[in-house]
Design a protein around this ligand. Structure first.
Ligand code: SAM
Length: 227
């Protein structure tokens, strides 16, 4: 218990700071817990709720007959679409969970792969990257945009961005498994980098408890994308 407290807190004078050491054994244990689909889903519902409603609202006027969902997690957004769907995630436990969850649905497929190093020959009307951008470095996003522009016409991105005035929120963002939380303008610039896609619509929202806020971007493939 003392080790656990030492992991979490640092004293400076009279003040105690809550710290996050992502290399610590404690962090690793928490990380492993979040690889369990039930734990991940419970956290999403309780702490970062309302995402499904926001996604539906933002995408309601977007036409699509097929979807590739990059970093599909536990498959929650496969439930939102009734068109052929390919979910990709680097987590073996999430992909195994998705495969079990949609075992009876032949329109939903799931593949374990790294989003930054893919080659997809199939064509999709819509690619989705939901709460994954902050897991990818700039170089990884560049590689993702490059292969994606060869197989998707439209690209929907939702990601968190900082809520600086709330200490609990700042701590949760530091605890996040993604190391690349970016401001809204940085996200837009990164997504348009390389000339593959352009933003045609954007929005943002706070989750109901105010701890997280998210950007939403819809991008279209450039007619003359470098590919
Ligand atoms: C915060 S979760 C979001 C999951 C899902 N999109 C959702 O909104 O419920 C981030 C997901 O991205 C996946 N991920 C992180 N880095 C990845 C990478 N390089 N390639 C593929 N998936 C990745 C993680 O395994 C995790 O499932």
């Amino acid at each position: 218990m003392r080790d656990l407290m030492r992991d979490l807190m640092r004293r400076s004078g009279d003040r105690i700071f809550v710290t996050v050491d992502k290399s610590s054994a404690l962090y690793r244990k928490v990380f492993d817990l979040f690889e369990r689909p039930a734990v991940f889903n419970a956290y999403q519902t309780v702490v970062d709720g309302g995402k499904g409603r926001q996604i539906r609202r933002f995408l309601q006027s977007v036409q699509f007959e097929s979807v590739i969902d990059i970093g599909c997690g536990t498959g929650n957004w496969a439930e939102l679409v009734d068109v052929p769907y390919l979910g990709i995630d680097s987590s073996p436990s999430f992909i195994a969970g998705c495969t079990r969850r949609f075992a009876g649905d032949t329109t939903k497929r799931f593949v374990q792969a790294d989003a930054a190093d893919l080659e997809i020959v199939e064509q999709f009307d819509l690619a989705m990257l939901i709460s994954v951008l902050h897991h990818l470095s700039d170089a990884e996003v560049d590689r993702l945009l490059s292969w994606l522009s060869g197989c998707a016409k439209q690209f929907f991105v939702l990601d968190l961005y900082p809520v600086n005035r709330n200490p609990l929120s700042r701590w949760l963002y530091r605890m996040d498994r993604g190391d690349f939380v970016r401001e809204r303008d940085e996200q837009r610039q990164l997504l348009e980098r390389g000339g593959h896609f352009s933003v045609v619509k954007e929005d943002d929202y706070y989750c109901p408890n105010g701890l997280y806020r998210h950007t939403l971007f819809l991008l279209r493939r450039e007619a003359r994308s470098p590919g």
